[in-house]
Design a protein around this ligand. Structure first.
Ligand SMILES: [Zn+2]
Length: 447
């Protein structure tokens, strides 16, 4: 890798951070057109055809294609999102939108989620265009809006309305390639290759009661009281542990010490080990081995002296692979018990979990290329418990992975704490590694 590319990546990332494309979930936030303008001028060079698409004014998406010479060869899409989540400057050591370079690290919201990858994918694409890359298979670079709020103006829109521009059978997006700092019994740098993600089944419930005077609550049918009981039941609910094949493969590849391995592969023992694990790890192990139910919103009542006739409860349910909406609803019903007859299901999303195989030609290429850059690396198949834009492509039949390369200086525990957290920053070395990863992967996979 030339220093030129790393320098370009540094400057581009700084600019994307400073563009401050904060997505707060409202349709008028994000303003990703600023990223489209920055990326568009960066990628403006002879031989590069850049297009932009928007479902809503201000919320653009950018596509650059390097057409392959053989229509039957695979297409590789490198996808990065351009929006970021809000950041409250008061908790930070540096300006979250300053894009400062300090001691080899670039600071700011989006530095690891995921402007770093969006940047390095663009730098790699530019390098390939410059060198006159003429692959058999097509390379597509896609910078999307709105990943942080369900991809409505981004990946969902692009896959539904512009498949001609972004259709691909192989996709790489966020995130992976981060060194595990869990104990292991074998040598090597264990890097996660994210092959699957949990599903989301967000549920809104309405709880009904009978209004009355707050001065005489005897035998009242109070919606707020019932909603509070429902929230407490859902929070206390222990859904069945299920050790999915992807979890088992992850555990096997990690080669944990025997006691940990035994706990992680036995549904009866796994919960007992959680309290002894570091906080972040315990959360991850817990969420990776069952459907989770988190009641996060509770609203109800109208006035202090009126018995509540209505309350609303919103529950964030995350589902394992191969679970149907009905299976999961049955669990929720089980959690709520006899109060189920007091609720009305207002809405229920149906975003099932998606997964790709670990055993693919793309994985083989990523494995080889990674080892050419980090000789100690071992790829470990992983499932993310959050959601990414990869789901839209997996549903279209693509193999989609979450990957990238982070400097081995950064362990997974630290990486995770920066995600949507404070003091988000990335090593320039990570930009160098990822840029080179994309260039070499495109050359090898599309040759
Ligand atoms: Zn992200």
């Amino acid at each position: 890798m030339t220093d030129v590319a790393t320098g370009e990546a540094t400057e581009l990332l700084q600019q994307l951070i400073r563009n401050k494309c904060v997505n707060d979930g409202t349709p008028d936030s994000g303003n990703e057109d600023r990223q489209v303008a920055t990326l568009g001028s960066y990628l403006d060079l002879p031989g590069a055809e850049v297009q932009s698409f928007a479902k809503r004014d201000g919320r653009g998406n950018l596509v650059l294609r390097i057409e392959g010479t053989d229509k039957k060869a695979p297409t590789l899409l490198l996808m990065g999102h351009t929006d970021v989540v809000p950041a409250n400057a008061s908790g930070w050591q540096r300006d979250p939108f300053g894009g400062e370079l300090v001691d080899g690290e670039i600071w700011g919201r989006g530095a690891v989620d995921m402007l770093n990858l969006t940047t390095t994918m663009a730098v790699a694409a530019k390098q390939l265009v410059r060198e006159g890359f003429r692959p058999r298979g097509t390379l597509v670079y896609l910078a999307v809006a709105d990943e942080e709020n369900q991809g409505i103006y981004g990946a969902e829109f692009m896959t539904e309305k512009h498949w001609d521009a972004v259709g691909a059978d192989h996709v790489i997006s966020e995130n992976g390639g981060v060194r595990s700092d869990l104990p292991t019994t074998t040598a090597g740098l264990k890097l996660n290759l994210t092959i699957a993600e949990k599903g989301t089944q967000w549920v809104n419930l309405r709880v009904k009661g009978v209004p009355g005077h707050g001065s005489a609550p005897y035998a009242a049918d109070n919606a707020v009281v019932k909603a509070a009981q429902i929230v407490a039941r859902v929070a206390a609910y222990a859904p069945p542990v299920r050790l999915h094949e992807i979890w088992r493969r992850y555990v096997a590849a990690m080669a944990f010490p025997p006691d940990l391995d035994r706990s992680f592969t036995d549904a009866e023992r796994i919960d007992a080990v959680l309290p002894s694990l570091p906080g972040g790890v315990a959360k991850l192990v817990h969420a990776s081995t069952r459907n989770t139910f988190s009641p996060n919103v509770l609203r109800g009542g109208t006035k202090t002296n009126v018995i509540a006739d209505e309350a609303l409860v919103e529950i964030d349910i995350r589902t394992l692979p191969d679970e149907s909406r009905d299976d999961v609803r049955a669990l929720l019903q089980d959690a709520i018990g006899d109060l189920w007859s007091h609720v009305e299901l207002v809405s229920e999303s149906d975003n099932v979990s998606t997964a790709s195989s670990f055993d693919t030609p793309l994985k083989d290429v990523l494995d080889r290329v990674t080892r050419s850059l980090l000789p100690e690396a071992v790829l470990v198949p992983a499932m993310t418990v959050g959601a990414t834009d990869n789901r839209f492509f997996r549903r279209k039949g693509a193999v989609a992975y979450g990957y990238g390369l982070m400097s081995p200086e950064l362990p997974m525990s630290q990486f995770r704490s920066m995600f949507h957290g404070r003091d988000e920053r990335v090593h320039v070395e990570s930009l160098r590694l990822s840029t080179e990863l994309w260039v070499r992967t495109a050359r090898e996979f599309l040759a």
